[in-house]
Design a protein around this ligand. Structure first.
Ligand code: CP
Ligand code: NVA
Length: 349
């Protein structure tokens, strides 16, 4: 998160507080501490990252393509209709061939087993751009957005206070630090799908509690819940089928589509099962969300799960959240693909 925050400021220098901007003579002076530190890492120079996407994407794809170019490399989009995969060639063979020519694979797949198959057979690192079970890069963007808006939540420490997210490793000393978050109550109302699953294994480990409303038949599947328990996250999670109970005491309210990509045939039964789960101001007020509650959604959004008043209103952080997909994906590309060394299979710092 700190690296994403740093890359965001380096790529958009106008975000830096004015007094901290060095003059151009300071920047170019041979002895200047600013020399060489004012642009994002070029760690993807001469590298190509394959975007192996079997499902649609706006945010993840645009983030990946623009991030790779800022890091000095190239993203090569390989959609379902572009290559032999799935028609004439197996995942195993595709992983070996694409991994032999590219320096990283960012893959959006159907069943989660597909990403495991890719990772097992690729000679280069594979990063999950969404699978049936997980959507890890989304949660990094959500967390960055919450940290950037920490001042909205009572108990936040002032910017610059040392905390567990202090950027100890990166050397962009002029950048403004990421703000601390107080422990939050995060409510999720909707389908237990990939986005929620990464929230389950992330938020409790960072000291935030989760309250989730989902119909019993749409709760986390066994492999996900096993991982939640393995990580000790289950203690910080409260499940209910009552959306009002879930939002009680919430600082943040989150939802996702009720019909994920690939579930279109279940539309009718899902709309019935989630009746009453739409996020509205009334639901949150009646349920007792905290007065300052804010709203997150990974997008794309349908009108079923949240009304326009909340989605486009002052509580909504959805567009800064979408923007932050880019910076968090850029930080991951820098770390996993830019600083990864094929000769040692380790990350170089
Ligand atoms: N949130 C998200 O992953 O959006 P896309 O499907 O547009 O990439
Ligand atoms: N749960 C949604 C997330 C989209 C970003 C899906 O899988 O379609």
């Amino acid at each position: 998160l700190c690296q994403a925050h740093a890359l965001k400021q380096l790529s958009q220098p106008w975000l830096l507080p004015r007094p901290q901007l060095p003059s151009s003579s300071e920047r170019s002076s041979l002895n200047s501490p600013f020399r060489g530190r004012r642009t994002p890492s070029q760690s993807l120079h001469a590298k190509t990252i394959a975007l192996l996407f079997s499902k649609r994407s706006t945010r993840t794809r645009v983030s990946a393509e623009t991030a790779a170019s800022i890091l000095g490399g190239r993203a090569l989009f390989l959609g379902a209709d572009d290559i032999q995969l799935g028609v004439n060639e197996s995942l195993r063979d595709s992983a070996r061939v694409i991994g032999g020519m590219c320096q990283g694979i960012f893959a959006r797949v159907g069943d989660h087993s597909e990403i495991e198959e890719l990772a097992n057979h690729s000679p280069v690192p594979v990063l999950n751009a969404l699978s049936s079970l997980w959507h890890p890069t989304q949660i990094l963007a959500d967390l960055l957005t919450l940290h950037e808006h920490a001042h909205l939540f009572p108990g936040a420490l002032p910017a610059g206070t040392p905390h567990f997210l202090t950027p100890e490793r990166h050397d962009h000393t002029l950048l403004s630090p990421l703000q601390s978050l107080p422990p939050l109550t995060v409510a999720y109302v909707g389908d237990s799908a990939n986005v929620l699953h990464d929230m389950l294994v992330t938020y409790p480990r960072l000291g935030h509690s989760l309250r989730i409303a989902s119909p019993p038949q749409y709760r986390a599947p066994t492999p996900v819940w096993d991982r939640v328990v393995e990580l000790g996250c289950d203690k910080g999670i409260h499940w209910t089928d009552d959306p009002r109970e879930a939002v009680n005491g919430a600082d943040v309210v989150v939802t996702d589509t009720w019909i994920s990509m690939g579930q279109e045939a279940e539309k009718e039964e899902r709309l019935k099962a989630f009746n009453g789960y739409k996020i509205t101001e009334t639901l949150c007020q009646e349920g007792g969300a905290k007065p300052h509650w804010r709203f997150l959604h990974c997008l794309p959004r349908k009108q079923d799960e949240v009304d326009d008043h909340v989605f486009y209103g002052p509580r909504s952080l959805v567009f800064p959240e979408a923007d932050n997909r880019k910076w968090t994906i850029m930080a991951l590309f820098d770390l996993l693909f830019g600083k990864w060394d094929i000769s040692t299979t380790e990350i170089r710092h």
